[in-house]
Design a protein around this ligand. Structure first.
Ligand SMILES: O=C(O)c1ccc(O)c(O)c1
Ligand SMILES: [Mg+2]
Length: 598
């Protein structure tokens, strides 16, 4: 189906919005009146710009407070409408949105509303323009889609139809099934938006918290299914009022927006992009660092051994069990400082995973980073993290391990860490919803509930995306921290151990610094749980935190932060599903203090 986006959904001046929509690949736009009024371009110039960009103008909006008013007022409204219809003629837009009145002058009189909307439609018809009547969820007398449709039906004019907006319908809790009773050709327009489920005033909810389909809690796909069955043939158009997107760059927002429509069309069976290929494990995490010493000291203390070196580049493989870390000291490291730059995901079908990613607008990276490297399929996540789809040491497929030459090393220590439990990837503040949708739709990972945790200087939001057996767990986080080297903005790698007390003690004895946790935390822990003899003392000594859910316990502790990176040691009972969010405020506070235990 044709795709469209309301200019209000994107930041910037009108021309920036149009350019972003066109570059992302939208077919058309809804032009919001304020964007036009604020533009130095004449309506003819806007029309020409859209034509040059290959965009149709699918809707002009909104016309407000038109219907069900006393006749003198309606005469004034018609004059106002005529002015707009002339403007639309110059713009070359053939559909105008009229939203249900919020005016104190409006009367609770459907017959009057129908009569006046018919008069408006007659006027619009003379300009070759159609009127699409939309129920605002907070409309004075008309606030539901079925009510708006009854009025349109009663008005009975070919130039008058209805506009459905998923937000207004789903925020009111209306049953969207009734949409199927509306003849498809009378649905003049379909606006789509999702929103997080919140108990708040519906106008505020709509104007500040809408998001793209798949990013909130509404069943937008279910609603679209009803609209399709009604026989609607117009565009799928996004209309998202959102405080974050208003401030974010228009280009990436437009790509995120179009991705949401691609996924939506797939979920209602309108398109069939390459199927998701769910990753089955973490092959490696690649760290870049300008200064290899401090990081290698930490890795050694954690029990890792440097087992191989890249044939042609300054990249070392450090390994312990199934936990593999690449340490890259190349040019990127000197540019960006110490951070997590890439993740290798074990994939049952690396090429298929890349095709899916490309179809959903993920930037595809060159398959070989150097001519002599094994060809690896890779894409960039929204935050720039490179994702490699790997087939580690599997016959018949290129393996990244072939680029490495073994080096002599001591044998790995027993009882250390054995795999990567999870990766915590901090997202740019304006890309959190985008990141969730990306990891869910592109990688086929399941998104868990979002949790808010208190940071001494703000709030951190975190949302895990995982595969079903938990062999891939990524905790996406967002939050402001006062400086880049503190917990809030750093990424971390959580390493799984079967015995955290031994692993932590050995790390510390080998010279590693563990994050110190205040005594108050342990006093509280003693009151909440019944620790075994000596358990609490060991946790207190080593800065180990404890959490439990119905199915098991979680014990974890943290290393110091280097650049934008730190490590977590994790002992997870098989049933425990979380990430110790309960303890995160204590951890974040401790990271701001940064008093390591030697
Ligand atoms: O918030 C509003 O006023 C508004 C305007 C036009 C729309 O299409 C809409 O859904 C909401
Ligand atoms: Mg709307």
């Amino acid at each position: 189906m044709r795709t469209s986006i309301a200019t209000v959904s994107l930041s910037g001046a009108l021309t920036e919005k149009l350019t972003a929509a066109a570059r992302a690949g939208f077919d058309g736009v809804e032009i919001f009146e304020n964007d036009l009024l604020a533009s130095p371009l004449t309506p003819e110039e806007v029309r020409a710009r859209c034509a040059d960009l290959g965009l149709s103008i699918d809707l002009y909006q909104p016309m407000r407070d038109i219907e069900a008013v006393p006749s003198e007022e309606f005469a004034r409204n018609l004059r106002r409408a005529e002015h707009k219809l002339r403007l639309m003629e110059r713009l070359g837009a053939d559909t105008v949105l009229v939203c249900s009145s919020v005016s104190p002058l409006a009367e609770d009189d459907d017959a009057l509303a129908a009569f006046q909307l018919r008069r408006l439609a007659e006027l619009a018809e003379g300009f070759g323009i159609r009127v699409a009547y939309e129920a605002l969820a907070w409309g004075r007398h008309v606030s539901t889609y079925d009510h708006a449709w009854r009025i349109v039906e009663a008005a009975d004019h070919p130039a008058l139809g209805t506009c459905l907006d998923s937000f207004h319908i789903l925020a009111r809790g209306s049953d969207p099934k009734g949409i199927e009773d509306i003849p498809g050709e009378k649905i003049f327009f379909l606006q789509l938006a999702d929103a997080p489920l919140m108990a708040m005033d519906v106008l505020q909810w709509s104007r500040h918290y809408r998001c793209f389909p798949g990013q909130g809690g509404f069943d937008v796909a279910g609603l679209v299914g009803h609209v399709m069955r009604a026989g609607y043939e117009g565009p799928l158009s996004l209309e998202v009022f959102n405080d974050v997107f208003r401030q974010a760059e228009a280009g990436p927002t437009a790509v995120d927006a179009l991705r949401s429509l691609l996924v939506l069309q797939e979920s209602v069976g309108l398109t069939e992009p390459p199927a998701p290929v769910v990753p089955t494990g973490v092959a490696f995490a690649e760290l870049v660092t300008p200064d290899v010493e401090p990081l290698s000291e930490i890795l050694e203390a954690l029990g890792f051994a440097r087992t191989a070196r890249h044939r042609s580049k300054p990249v070392d493989l450090w390994q312990q069990g199934e936990a593999r870390l690449l340490l890259n000291t190349g040019p990127a490291a000197r540019r960006d400082g110490t951070q997590l730059a890439a993740v290798g995901l074990e994939s049952p079908d690396p090429a298929g995973a890349a095709r899916r990613a490309e179809a959903l607008l993920a930037p595809v990276l060159p398959r070989r980073r150097a001519p002599e490297d094994a060809p690896l399929d890779a894409v960039a996540a929204p935050d720039g993290t490179e994702l490699f789809f790997c087939a580690t040491d599997r016959p018949g497929l290129p393996s990244w391990t072939g680029d490495f030459e073994p080096v002599a090393h001591r044998s790995p220590v027993a009882g250390g860490v054995h795999r990567i439990d999870h990766l915590a990837l901090t997202q740019p503040w304006h890309q959190f919803d985008e990141a969730t949708l990306f990891h869910h739709s592109v990688l086929g990972l399941g998104a868990h509930e979002s949790v808010d945790v208190a940071d001494p200087y703000g709030l951190l939001r975190s949302r895990a995306v995982t595969n079903t057996d938990g062999s891939v767990r990524i905790a996406l986080g967002v939050g402001a921290a006062p400086s880049a080297d503190e917990g809030g903005r750093a990424q971390h790698i959580a390493l799984a151990t079967d015995d955290i007390v031994t692993a932590a003690r050995r790390f510390r004895d080998a010279g590693g610094c563990l994050l110190s946790i205040p005594a108050n935390y342990y006093d509280d822990l003693a009151a909440r749980y019944e620790p075994a003899d000596g358990e609490l003392e060991a946790y207190r000594e080593l800065g180990i935190l404890y959490d439990r859910d119905a199915d098991g316990a979680f014990r974890h502790c943290y290393t110091e932060t280097i650049g934008r990176l730190f490590f977590e040691l994790v002992q997870r009972d098989a049933g425990y599903r979380g990430y110790g969010a309960q303890n995160a405020p204590v951890r974040l506070a401790a990271q701001h203090v940064r008093r390591p235990v030697r």
